[in-house]
Design a protein around this ligand. Structure first.
Ligand SMILES: [Zn+2]
Length: 200
């Protein structure tokens, strides 16, 4: 995983799901936590290499690849976890992700693997408004529901961490859009064709 500086005191660790780091005077907050303990360990390594102490984790949405590393980070550092109410509910009971993918019935084992079933993590603070100050770091929290029910984006100065609200074409080509129905409208037209193989 590669660490890239975006602006002063702001970095991204590029990986399967990007992870943000925002620092202030030796402390930092982390945005999203990757899929599992291995990613959590890598995040911690990168943060320590920057000489920072992690104080908080903001989870953009409760898909396993965005919060699976949280359990490890909390245990290792005691950082405080921030998420919106619905996403926090899934984080506290991660079986909900494979459960809703299987229409509420007992999900088969194939859906209970680490891409879809993370270790649980309780949120300490529920994100409600559009402004939050974590330590000395002021953030704007923007609603980005769609990909996930209460996904949010995190804006700080010139940087916007958007969770999975935007997916690049090669990811869409690989996975498609997870719907069995054609989606209409200018915002989706082109991608629908790509994902369903039919004009939408
Ligand atoms: Zn996602």
């Amino acid at each position: 995983m590669q660490l890239i500086q975006l602006e002063e005191n702001v970095w991204v660790i590029q990986g399967g799901a990007n992870i943000g780091i925002i620092a202030h005077e030796g402390r930092c907050l982390i945005i999203d936590s990757g899929m599992d303990k291995d990613v959590g360990r890598e995040i911690l390594k990168q943060v320590q290499k920057l000489g920072l102490v992690p104080e908080a984790l903001v989870v953009t949405h409760a898909h396993a690849d965005h919060f699976g590393g949280a359990h490890y980070l909390v245990r290792q550092t005691g950082l405080k976890v921030y998420a919106t109410r619905m996403e926090a509910a899934v984080m506290s009971a991660p079986i909900l992700e494979p459960l809703y993918l299987f229409s509420g019935a007992q999900p088969p084992r194939e859906l209970q693997q680490k891409f879809l079933l993370a270790r649980p993590c309780l949120a300490d603070v529920l994100l409600t408004g559009q402004e939050v100050r974590i330590g000395e770091i002021p953030l704007r929290i923007l609603p980005l529901s769609g990909h996930s029910l209460e996904q949010v984006g995190v804006a700080y100065r010139e940087t916007f961490f958007a969770g999975d609200a935007f997916l690049v074409p090669n990811i869409l080509d690989k996975h498609g859009i997870p719907t069995g129905y054609p989606v209409y409208g200018p915002a989706f037209g082109e991608y629908t064709r790509a994902s369903t193989g039919r004009a939408g």
